[in-house]
Write a protein that binds this ligand. Structure first.
Ligand SMILES: O=C(O)CCC(=O)C(=O)O
Length: 415
């Protein structure tokens, strides 16, 4: 297992991941690319100069606690198109559902701020195994009407489909910290990804506030109608973010025991997720080699042939038979990547395949953490009724990173 270089806190990075590090504008920018999955996960670690910059993370964190920004544990919107994914935003329930977090944070903002930062830094155990949750894919079918989101949330700009219509607010009326986060995250995608052709202005910002014990369980952000880049600014307490391969791509068998027809991901990625090709399984009479990678690949190719030949019955029958023949057992993948996020850090997930093949969870460690996540909601994906009653103006792009520019930003180091 590799680590991301000299640092007090080590990330857990499995071998199928390539790590590149460079230093830029006082951020340590760590880029993870994953074998067989296009795109990348970029973690930009902020230093003291970054967090104390005028209008930067410290000022934003203070403002987020001193203004009422409408954070609530919101009811999940229940419509046919989001039904299956509602649990993306469900998790552990806390007392006082529906309460307004600003009121809590208002009580003693300064103490709260300090406690949250200290608790996050001191209590986190980044090398701890992330807890293997029950299969969230299955939870999708158990969503109850009236369920609330895990954390306290508020949305700005374009509406986001997990937030009820009419509950998003214009950036124009938002506190400065919200607008500043959007601007900084737009800057971050320009500077840290450095691919002008892929740039799309973020037009939506979902703010989550996590109080003690709240977290967001494994989910993906790959909803239809979103641009391929998602960027989050962390404020306050530390957190551990983990990514793992989705169960259906780790083990090609559905909950109902049918072969899930997707080309197997590269073996090193599966092995990094805890898969052992051709493990020895015991039957009553003999020890058999089961669930080999070659077997999975051959099964997938067989199904492609049946599909191409238009043999629907054969396809259906073999889809049911193959899991047993191959000795497949449904199993959740181990995380392939876990890293520690602290106050001021930025995470950018870039590329559709990151959302397609992987899912992520975030577990805060302190008393108060804000996650300000920006996305690009493609306007033509929304119906006229779903469009907000206000214009979402482009980000005026005020943030330019000049106050934290460093001479001689280092060469990238890759391994
Ligand atoms: O809390 C975070 O850092 C990320 C939140 C998240 O995963 C999401 O908004 O989809």
């Amino acid at each position: 297992m590799a680590t991301d270089g000299p640092s007090l806190i080590k990330s857990s990075v499995k071998p199928a991941i390539c790590t590149t590090i460079r230093y830029c504008h006082n951020y340590k920018v760590v880029k993870y690319t994953i074998e067989g999955v296009s795109g990348s996960v970029i973690v930009a670690k902020a230093n003291q100069k970054v967090v104390s910059e005028l209008g930067g993370p410290n000022d934003m964190f203070r403002e987020m606690q001193s203004k009422n920004i409408g954070l609530e544990r919101r009811m999940l919107r229940k419509t046919a198109d989001v039904d299956l994914k509602l649990s993306n935003y469900q998790g552990d329930f806390v007392a006082g559902a529906g309460a307004n977090v600003s009121a809590v944070a208002h009580a003693e903002p300064a103490i709260y701020a300090e406690e949250a930062l200290n608790a996050g830094g001191a209590s986190a155990d980044p090398d701890e195994e992330t807890s293997g949750n029950a299969d969230e894919e299955d939870d999708h079918h158990k969503v109850e009407v009236g369920a609330r989101m895990t954390a306290f949330g508020m949305n700005f700009g374009m509406p986001y489909k997990f937030i009820a219509n009419g509950e998003s607010q214009s950036f124009d009326d938002a506190p400065e910290a919200i607008r500043a986060a959007r601007s900084r995250l737009n800057w971050a995608q320009r500077v840290f990804i450095n691919d002008p052709t892929g740039y799309q202005d973020f037009n939506e910002e979902l703010v989550f506030a996590y109080l003690e014990g709240q977290k967001i369980k494994y989910h993906d952000d790959g909803e239809k109608g979103l641009g391929p880049r998602i960027a989050t600014l962390s404020l306050g307490a530390a957190a551990t973010m983990s990514l793992r391969v989705k169960t259906k791509y780790f083990c090609p068998i559905s909950t109902s025991g049918v072969f899930t027809d997707a080309k197997p991901l590269p073996l090193p990625l599966l092995e990094s997720s805890g898969y052992t090709s051709g493990f020895k399984g015991k039957t009553k009479t003999k020890t058999q080699s089961k669930d080999s990678y070659e077997g999975r690949m051959a099964a997938w190719e067989e199904l492609q042939c049946l599909k191409q030949a238009g043999d629907t019955d054969g396809y259906r029958r073999r889809s049911k038979e193959l899991p047993r023949e191959l000795g497949l057992r449904r199993k959740q993948a181990d995380p392939i990547l876990s890293f520690h996020l602290t106050h001021g850090d930025i995470v950018i997930m870039e590329g559709e395949q990151i959302q397609k093949y992987l899912e992520h969870q975030v577990e805060p460690h302190g008393n108060l953490r804000f996650a300000l996540t920006c996305r690009t909601v493609l306007p033509n994906h929304l119906t006229p009724e779903q469009l907000p009653p206000y214009e979402v103006e482009p980000d005026s792009g005020r943030y330019d990173g000049n106050a934290i520019r460093e001479d001689g930003d280092g060469e990238a180091v890759t391994w």
